[in-house]
Ligand binder design. Structure first.
Ligand SMILES: [Zn+2]
Length: 225
């Protein structure tokens, strides 16, 4: 009753298309739910996302739930999640994707959300990947390890000349802090949108410093690049 009155006074809108949500609709309108472009990548090991990392990172599994198109519904969803405080979108996508991933992620020991730099985290107030990671964690009963991987630089790429080869060495923006209990584990890195894969590659390489590490990646969406 009270909720109906609140909805009447402050109608909730769908982040995909800005239509007002009906009382039975949660977060996304029915139309947008049906329009969301699913990749079905979890069904194919050597999918397009896998191809992005060929020769860059050894991966057990990689998949994205949605296809990201500029100016499409998915772009709107990610924008609302990232910049408008709509963290419930991450929960929706994680709850949606978890059942599809259950068999592929059976050997994963811990989920690692790509960390924001502390300064960016303070500015935004939240990491946009947290709710997605939490929903996967809750559904699949895999713990989150958010103390293992951290950022080493902020918004500025540090380069230095290598005196011997005269090539530029780019310092990785990520590093892993671990002890022997973290050895020989299968880690699942999660992020919002996979584009060139540069961020994931840096995260993966930092985690591969841990002896015996296996890696998998799951993202909310993937963009063609
Ligand atoms: Zn909609």
């Amino acid at each position: 009753m009270l909720q109906n009155l609140i909805n009447l006074l402050f109608p909730k809108t769908c982040p995909g298309c800005t239509a007002s949500l009906e009382t039975h609709e949660h977060i996304l309108c029915t139309h947008c739910r049906h329009e969301l472009p699913l990749t079905r990548q979890h069904l194919v090991k050597e999918n397009d996302s896998y191809g992005k990392f060929y020769g860059r990172l050894p991966l057990e599994h990689i998949s994205a739930l949605l296809l990201f198109h500029k100016k499409g519904i998915v772009q709107q969803l990610i924008h609302h999640l990232k910049y408008k405080g709509h963290q419930e979108i991450g929960t929706l996508l994680g709850d949606w994707y978890a059942p599809d991933l259950r068999n592929s992620l059976i050997t994963v020991d811990a989920i690692i959300p790509v960390p924001l730099h502390p300064k960016r985290l303070r500015e935004r107030g939240y990491n946009q990947v947290t709710t997605f990671a939490s929903a996967l964690s809750r559904n699949l009963e895999i713990p989150i390890a958010d103390q293992l991987l951290f950022r080493t630089s902020y918004a500025k790429t540090q380069t230095q000349k290598n005196l011997f080869s005269r090539t530029e060495v780019r310092e990785s923006p990520f590093a892993a802090k671990f002890d022997t209990a973290d050895h020989n584990k299968h880690y699942l890195i999660v992020d919002d949108v996979l584009t060139s894969g540069a961020t994931m590659e840096a995260c993966g390489k930092a985690l591969l410093e841990i002896p015996g590490t296996k890696l998998s990646i799951v993202t909310m969406a993937v963009a063609h690049s």
